[in-house]
Ligand binder design. Structure first.
Ligand code: 9D3
Length: 229
């Protein structure tokens, strides 16, 4: 993880499912402090944009040196730059990254990085969605979280089973647990009927209705069965 804020890591990645996997050695994390490659007495990492305009841009020479140092100890890793203009992250890309040798990720700050470092180091630009963050670190954590949970030994057997559910591609049906009635709201009778066929039918119907109303874009691919999840 190449970042100006190494103290953000592992942060939430040190907790629960993914954190336990980190402790078990199922995955590991190294941070590179980009500031260590900064220029001059003030360790500068950014400068004003060529051509003018607002904000600052991260320097290609600084980032090149940081990337090369990281690459020297881990040459095989896929190199990703988290960027608001990147290709949107998909479960298919997550799967491929999780099956690979690991990832080197550059988290940007300011307006972004000098274009030449993206070209010169062959960085793949990845976005996590159409909203504006204050930097790439949280996005990088999202990528790691999504990948690590797919690695062997991270999910319990029960959760892994769910990954292959025939309902994949639809939003999930509503869940309920005790108490049977809460603030005047009852658990739907069908779920207490013990009729597993009727329960499965009800869940499928609920999942389809939710998907139709919230994510009609998913409906087409779910029907074809060629979705990512
Ligand atoms: C006004 C132009 N802005 C682009 C939308 C500048 C800008 C805003 C925020 C440049 C960088 C950022 C910081 N965002 C990320 O580093 C980032 C991000 C995001 O903001 N949304 C979704 N995915 C990602 S991945 C990295």
């Amino acid at each position: 993880m190449l970042t100006l804020f190494p103290e953000m890591f592992p942060g939430p990645l040190g907790i629960s499912l993914v954190g336990t996997a980190l402790e078990k050695g199922i995955w590991s994390l190294e941070t590179v402090d980009i500031r260590d490659y900064g220029i001059g007495r003030h360790r500068n990492v950014d400068d004003t944009p060529a051509g003018g305009g607002a904000g600052m841009v991260m320097r290609a020479d600084v980032l090149g040196a940081a990337i090369d140092a990281a690459r020297a100890s881990a040459p095989a890793l896929t190199a990703i730059y988290l960027s608001p203009r990147g290709r949107p992250l998909t479960q298919a890309r997550v799967r491929a990254l999780a099956d690979g040798p690991g990832v080197m990720m550059l988290a940007g700050r300011f307006e972004g990085v000098d274009e030449r470092v993206i070209e010169g180091r062959g960085l793949e630009e990845v976005s996590i969605g159409d909203y504006v963050l204050s930097g790439g670190e949280l996005a990088a954590m999202v990528v790691v979280d999504a990948c690590v949970r797919l690695r062997d030994g991270v999910l319990g057997a029960a959760d892994s089973l769910g990954e292959e559910s025939f309902e994949a591609g639809l939003l999930e049906y509503p869940h309920y647990t005790r108490p049977r009635e809460w603030e005047g709201r009852a658990i739907p009778d069908v779920l207490l009927s013990g009729d597993h066929r009727r329960i499965a039918d009800w869940r499928r119907q609920e999942a389809e209705a939710l998907t139709q109303s919230r994510r009609p874009d998913l409906m087409a691919t779910a029907a074809k069965g060629d979705n990512d999840d």
